[in-house]
Design a protein around this ligand. Structure first.
Ligand SMILES: [Zn+2]
Length: 190
């Protein structure tokens, strides 16, 4: 019998771990109560490959594509990344502060990175997402809710309106409401 715990210092047992150096401590006594959903693909709209993983771990070859030049001085990360086939990866312990939201605010609180967990879906705003991705997300969310005092879930576009558009209209919040069974107040998606 394998008795490894489901959570080990913020790392989820069923995610493929690839540690990113792009993180820091959360402010003391921060309640981790928000989940932020994102979409990313590199170059935008190209799926598969390892560019997102390389980007989050500062190993992207910036000369490989003109778009990558625009990312040269950026250091970002997310806690989780869900690929098109549903594969779940983790880059930062959920106990730590990942760098996914940037300038943002939720319900009057700024700097959402302080109190949120960031989940990136391989995709693009405007595109849809795969059944495997929803399945993986639906497996992860209840486990997060067991471990952290979650109160809200929303998209990057909702905490940085005008600046960010992900995950976009192709993401089905209605589907997520049904599958999680979380009440409407949980979803800050307007
Ligand atoms: Zn985003």
């Amino acid at each position: 019998m394998n008795s490894r715990p489901v959570w080990n210092r913020g790392w989820y047992r069923f995610a493929h771990a690839m540690a990113s150096p792009n993180f820091g401590p959360r402010p003391p006594d921060t309640g981790i109560d928000l989940v932020v959903i994102h979409a990313i693909s590199l170059p935008p709209g190209t799926y598969g490959g390892a560019c997102v993983q390389e980007f989050f771990t500062n190993r992207l070859d910036h000369s490989a594509h003109p778009y990558f030049e625009t990312l040269r001085d950026l250091k970002v990360s997310a806690h989780f990344f869900i690929k098109r086939g549903g594969e779940l990866m983790q880059f930062v312990s959920c106990d730590d502060r990942a760098w996914h939201a940037g300038e943002s605010s939720h319900a009057g609180r700024s700097n959402c990175n302080d109190f949120s967990i960031g989940i990136e879906l391989e995709g693009l705003d405007g595109d849809t997402f795969t059944g495997d991705q929803y399945e993986s997300l639906n497996a992860l969310l209840p486990m997060l809710a067991q471990q952290y005092p979650l109160k809200h879930i929303c998209g990057h576009e909702h905490i940085a309106p005008g600046r960010k558009k992900d995950p976009g209209d192709g993401f089905s919040w209605a589907f997520l409401k049904t599958s999680t069974g979380w009440d409407d107040e949980f979803f800050s998606v307007k």
